[in-house]
Design a protein around this ligand. Sequence first.
Ligand SMILES: C[C@H](O)[C@H](O)[C@H]1CNC2=NC(N)=NC(=O)C2=N1
Length: 104
Amino acid sequence: MSATPLTPAELDQALGELSDWSVQEGQLYASFTLDRATLPALYAAVAAVEDQANHHASVHILYNTITFALDTHDAGGAITALDTALAARLSALAAQHGSRPSGS
Ligand SMILES: C[C@H](O)[C@H](O)[C@H]1CNC2=NC(N)=NC(=O)C2=N1
């Protein structure tokens, strides 16, 4: 998978399959709300997937909401297929841990 910036059309197409995600300030962005007790397990799973992909999200946790922001540093902060691929995996992990999208 390449660190080539997605074109606007490619990004729109990818977002069509990433219903939890939006573009905010040039990054892919998603928030999930879940039981606080499951947050540690979710983050452990996120970290493992990130390390396997060698691609890492900005993660913010506030009470029962975890927010991810993704762009590709190696592409000057553009959104690439590395980001959209990881976004799909993060959505799946959040769902597996009983989350619900908490919107933007
Ligand atoms: C050296 C290492 O391969 C790079 O720093 C990887 C690690 N994780 C990364 N994460 C993100 N979001 N963007 C990158 O360009 C990136 N590059």
